[in-house]
Design a protein around this ligand. Sequence first.
Ligand SMILES: Nc1ncnc2c1ncn2[C@@H]1O[C@H](COP(=O)(O)OP(=O)(O)O)[C@@H](O)[C@H]1O
Ligand SMILES: Cc1ncc(COP(=O)(O)OP(=O)(O)O)c(N)n1
Length: 280
Amino acid sequence: MSGGVPPRALTIAGSDSGGAAGLQCDLRTFLCCGVHGTAAVTAVTVQNSLGVTGVHEVPAEVVAAQVEAVVTDIGVGAAKTGMLASRAIIDAVADVVARLGVAPFVVDPVSASMHGEPLLHPDALTAMTGRLFPLATLVTPNVLEARLLTGLPVRDRAGQVEAARALHDLGPRWVLVKGGHLPPDQPAVDVLYDGTDVLELSAERIPTRHVHGTGDALGAATTAWLARGLDLVEALRRGKQYVTAAVADAYPVGSGVGPVGHRWRVRDWPAEDPPPAVPA
Ligand SMILES: Nc1ncnc2c1ncn2[C@@H]1O[C@H](COP(=O)(O)OP(=O)(O)O)[C@@H](O)[C@H]1O
Ligand SMILES: Cc1ncc(COP(=O)(O)OP(=O)(O)O)c(N)n1
């Protein structure tokens, strides 16, 4: 990334104090994909490997101001959303993204932590689908979010396709229904739908309990590759490769669920050595 202006990507997301998911995961992934990362913080969560015990929301106008400050000065080649917390924040994000023409725009409709604590007020769901989905290049619900948003059972691949079709009717260009939460005997298959064709992105399910941050890693890597100019399908293929490698590189920290790993991208730095000095 030396010399010249690097590609830039923006995450509009919450902070995970445990460092596994949220904007910490997104910024780490952006770097690992060769992109300068920027962040508009939506909420501060009190979170570790065992779960979320507190949420402090950022005022909606401050979230929008962060987006505007980044877009109008640094520039944004692609953006993603993570935890948006409230209807007011969703409305503010939709307004500023539409006004500034932020695109491509990846919307991960994060509704709960992997331990089940809510990360989105229930009354914000209609704003998510009504305001944000029509602006989205890609929406990336997991199986639980697809159930919540459609009311469909979504138990297998056929259910993923049915949900993707229903969600596509709400206005996004592409829908990806992720398969990480399907039963462990099924492969990790994500279903992509563009209104006409269904494409499967499949990977072997890696047997680990340390899967905190999978959704964010997939969305952020895809956003990074969009910022680098790839088309959606190729960016998503690389995002899927990234998250599969990250799950394979997951590690335990804390006494609960550990994070997916990003160290495979910097393997050339021996663990015992400091990273190269930054020139003054
Ligand atoms: N054990 C696993 N092995 C390989 N890939 C996985 C595993 N668990 C999740 N994934 C992949 O991680 C990505 C995120 O999926 P998912 O866990 O469903 O989303 P979220 O993190 O939003 O709940 C998807 O590409 C999914 O297929
Ligand atoms: C602050 C914050 N944002 C998002 C999440 C959920 O992360 P995600 O990668 O979508 O899901 P898991 O793979 O961790 O289930 C979070 N926990 N905190």
